[in-house]
Design a binder for this molecule. Structure first.
Ligand code: UD1
Ligand code: MG
Length: 450
């Protein structure tokens, strides 16, 4: 078990996002960017003693809450990445590994975090720098290497000499550093550079002048992408989605048109699940094995048990619990409702705040009238009940097991088990009246033409 302390730099205002939300709170796959990093760190360091410290700006209460229960430190004046890490010094232990990550780069993989920790230890490096070769290096710090491949310096874009611009190896802004050395390295930073900032990257030179080893660790470019604008956010989202689609398929799900399926970061998909085109998952969805989700379904806050068939055009909202083998068909909305095993609601229905018993059949056009304008009430439908089409179940109401509701009924009182309830106007039939009616209309039309 080793001691790992991760500092996440997140004090940036994100001016280019043009947003009231701190930049790192913008969601990717419905999860704030900073929470992606926290989850990645937790996944990567199981069995280690992990501490996370976020460096944030003043007046960012949503960010403080998103980081909790991990501590944060405030950076009042944004004086550079080195200055930001200095703010975290009081929270740092004097041994183990310190990871430094950028809060606006959420695509880092747990395996890479693991590699950073382990490679630094096995190679005996004081500092390991996540490095990559972007197609266009403009804007990134360039890594200057010695003949043996070790790093001697990192030069920021604005400080580059003309002959350094072509250096392909760039700083990804991800570091693993020896905790014992970090305070001494940070103490020597100065703002003597083109931007007048305390550059974290200058710790490289100081480590090298101490005779310590600084090495690059190659990281895939798709893990580095940072977000500075809404366009960057969309790009990062597209990479995240591609990963979730690949993971769902690797886990045994069929995606008929992967590019049109959108997952949330926490979506859980079982085996032999089939997902049609244009299916969107919001947060909090669990899909068990052998479920089929047809095209154009929108699902959030829902658990779907095995063998269920959903959609096309189904909307499952928070609190939907779909039982084994349930059918939820087209234009059916389910909210805060439990559908027992084998229940069916195949067409044009709203089930809100309801308990639907096993095997119940909910006819087309059934509506639970759950809201009286002030309060929400529950509808309970017993096992094996049959609700005829176009029924309104006015909650609170209980339909007993095996009860039968005639089509078109508005049910305002409880119905006992196995009873038949029907609420309907009397059927009136007049022999030949249709033809007599048409006759009067034809006569009226003929008169008009004259
Ligand atoms: C930094 C690196 C650069 C690297 C690039 C990778 C430095 C000096 N340069 O440049 O070598 O190629 O990342 O993306 O480190 N932040 C604070 N407080 C500050 C300044 C920054 O918290 O005072 C945070 C930002 O919110 C952001 C991160 O640190 O999450 C990086 O800052 P940014 O200004 O984007 O650094 P770059 O110029 O991109
Ligand atoms: Mg940046």
């Amino acid at each position: 078990m080793s001691q790992i302390t991760a500092i996440i730099l997140a004090a940036g205002l994100g001016t280019r996002m043009k947003s009231a939300l701190p930049k790192v709170m913008h969601p990717v796959a419905h999860r704030p960017m900073i929470r992606h990093l926290i989850t990645t760190l937790e996944t990567a360091t199981q069995g280690d003693d992990l501490r996370i410290v976020a460096v944030i700006g003043p007046d960012m209460p949503t960010l403080e809450a998103a980081v909790a229960p991990h501590p944060f430190v405030l950076q009042h004046d944004r004086r550079g990445t080195g200055h930001a890490v200095q703010m975290a010094l009081p929270e740092l232990p004097d041994s183990g590994t310190v990871l430094i990550l950028m809060g606006d780069a959420p695509l880092l993989r747990p395996e890479t975090v693991r590699r950073l920790i382990e490679t630094r230890q096995t190679k005996g490096a004081a500092l390991l720098v996540g490095a990559f070769r972007p197609v266009n290096p403009t804007g990134f710090g360039r890594i200057i290497q010695a003949a043996d491949g070790s790093i001697t310096r990192i030069v920021e874009e604005k400080d580059l000499a003309p002959d350094q611009k072509a250096i392909p190896l760039c700083n990804g802004g991800i570091y693993a550093v020896d905790a014992a050395r970090l305070p001494g390295l940070l103490a020597r930073l100065t703002p003597n550079n083109a931007q007048g900032e305390f550059y974290l990257t200058d710790i490289v030179e100081h480590a090298v002048s101490d005779g310590a080893l600084v090495l690059p660790l190659d990281i895939a470019a798709d893990e580095i992408h940072g977000v500075n604008s809404r366009a960057d956010l969309a790009f990062v989202e597209s990479i995240a989605q591609a990963r979730y689609r690949a993971a769902a398929m690797a886990g045994g799900a069929t995606l008929l048109d992967p590019a049109s399926v959108y997952f949330a970061a926490d979506t859980k998909i079982g085996q032999d699940v089939t997902i049609g085109p244009n299916v969107v998952f919001g947060p909090g969805v669990t899909v068990a094995d052998r479920v089929t989700i047809h095209a154009f379904s929108h699902i959030e806050g829902t658990s779907i048990a095995s063998g269920a068939i959903i959609g096309p055009f189904a909307r499952l909202r928070p609190g939907a619990q779909i039982g084994d083998g349930v059918h939820v068909g087209n234009f059916v909305e389910v909210k805060n409702a439990v559908l027992g095993a084998g229940a069916k609601a195949n067409h044009l229905t709203y089930l809100g705040d309801a308990d639907i018993g096993a095997g119940a059949n909910i006819g087309a056009g059934t509506i639970t009238c759950n809201y009286d304008g002030i309060n929400k009430h529950r509808t309970i439908v017993g096992a094996g009940a049959f609700i005829g089409s176009n029924s309104a179940l006015v909650a609170p109401v209980v339909i007993g097991d095996g009860a039968l509701i005639g089509a078109g009924s508005t049910i305002t009182r409880d119905v006992p088990a196995d009873a038949l309830a029907v609420v309907r106007g009397e059927l009136v039939q007049k022999e030949g009246a249709a033809e007599r009616f048409r006759e009067t209309r034809r006569a009226a039309k003929a008169k008009k033409k004259d």
